[in-house]
Design a protein around this ligand. Structure first.
Ligand SMILES: *[C@@H]1O[C@H](CO)[C@@H](O)[C@H](O)[C@H]1NC(C)=O
Length: 412
């Protein structure tokens, strides 16, 4: 009888222990799940003194935790630049709709301008976004009495403050900058998650952009296609702190995007960009987009079919792999003149090349072929090594300089 009673007691004790362990485990899981999105856990530095066995056990459990953290680690924070447009709602709704995980992509909205209605719209998102307000709303006197350009100065000041907040104050390592009039594609986050690694391993890259200036219907084909671009596209772009650290001390008073394109800032670095844009702008009330919207921006296509970039191998975009392959593809394409497209002639090749010799011939061919004709700091829009790739009459076309090209001709 006594042994039976002891056994029963033991059973109860064991059961109780099990329940306690289960409760502790559930609690631990819950607290991990509820952890704030921007968290800095440095497991590597948390070793402490103790016996050898202690350390070994600790390192095992640390390893497990690290693996778990990695599975849902922050990829990049999304920094939304807002001012006085309540339509930022459309931007935030599309970001929140497609965001795969709060932990991977925390969203930070930085608002300039002190616009009350826009502020209310942002505040309505509660804990779904982190809301920062630019404290410096002071007026700016534009040199030379050019007060109508004030917007460009305020925008530049806001960018500097907001980027400094995310990199220097919040100590984030990678940030995707999104303006308040942008709507994102279903695979916007997938694209940035897959390309982040390229920014880490290729120092000749300084950004990944979701934009293609020539991304109009009929001009693009294939939502899996990615390129390198010497032209800084902006518009939904990812950068790392190391790039910010180089730019911050000399950040300009105005026209920050054209300043980025200057050789002194770019220093030969390129961006990754998609064939079909992963953002579109939906408004024309922006600082600089008014005149540009009606004739151009409203025709830009937004990718609507999710492409699983993280499942593929994007190593081909690293400079050493990409350059020889790209140059070979471009220059083995048969050379044709613009008349070819209207001649009824068919050359059996997957792509053709049209050659330009100068800024002037680039512009006139770009106009004929229906792509952007402007050149900034010597670089045609979306060009890589002088070459712009697009579709014309269902043919892949490379508008390219002669094979002997040695670099961009920069002049103010
Ligand atoms: C990815 O592609 C590169 C070539 O671009 C190749 O060298 C590498 O082995 C590939 N990696 C995997 C995991 O397939």
């Amino acid at each position: 009888m006594r042994t039976v009673r002891i056994n029963r007691k033991l059973c109860y004790a064991a059961l109780l222990a099990c329940v306690v362990i289960a409760l502790l485990w559930i609690n631990l899981k819950k607290s991990r799940h509820l952890a704030p999105p921007v968290r800095h856990v440095n497991f590597a530095s948390s070793t402490s003194s103790g016996s050898l066995r202690d350390n070994k056990e600790k390192s095992n459990s640390l390893e497990r935790l690290t693996i778990q953290e990695k599975a849902d680690k922050t990829v990049a924070a999304v920094l939304v630049i807002a001012c006085n447009r309540p339509e930022v709602e459309r931007c935030l709704d599309s970001l929140l709709h497609y965001r795969p995980s709060e932990r991977k992509f925390p969203i930070i909205v930085s608002q300039d301008c002190g616009h009350k209605e826009t502020g209310r719209v942002i505040a309505n998102y509660g804990n779904n976004v982190m809301y920062l307000k630019h404290p410096d709303l002071s007026d700016i006197t534009v040199p030379g009495g050019m007060d109508h350009l004030k917007g460009y100065y305020k925008l530049s000041r806001h960018y500097k403050w907001a980027l400094s907040q995310v990199f220097d104050v919040l100590h984030l390592d990678t940030v995707i900058v999104v303006e308040d009039d942008l709507e994102v594609a279903p695979d916007f986050f997938e694209y940035f998650e897959a390309t982040k690694e390229l920014l880490e391993k290729d120092p000749s890259l300084w950004c990944v952009s979701a934009w293609n200036d020539n991304g109009k219907k009929g001009k693009v084909r294939g939502n899996d296609l990615l390129y390198r671009s010497d032209f800084f596209p902006g518009l939904g772009w990812m950068l790392k702190k190391s790039v910010w650290d180089g730019l911050a001390p000399k950040w300009p008073l105005a026209y920050w995007d054209d300043w980025m394109r200057h050789p002194e800032q770019r220093r030969g670095r390129a961006c990754i960009r998609p064939e079909i844009p992963r953002v579109v702008t939906f408004g024309k009330i922006g600082v600089s987009r008014g005149q540009f919207f009606d004739e151009h921006l409203k025709y830009i296509e937004l990718n609507d079919q999710f492409y699983p970039f993280t499942e593929g191998n994007l190593t081909f975009l690293v400079k050493e792999e990409y350059d020889p392959m790209f140059i070979n593809t471009v220059y083995k394409s048969p050379l044709v003149s613009f008349e070819y497209f209207h001649s009824g002639q068919v050359i059996p090749a997957p792509s053709v090349r049209v050659q330009y010799e100068s800024d002037e011939t680039f512009k006139s061919l770009a106009n004929q072929l229906g792509i952007m004709n402007d050149i900034k700091s010597g670089v045609p829009r979306m060009a890589y090594r002088g070459v712009v790739s697009f579709m014309y009459k269902r043919l892949r076309v490379y508008l390219a300089p002669p094979r002997s090209w040695r670099g961009y001709d920069f002049h103010e």
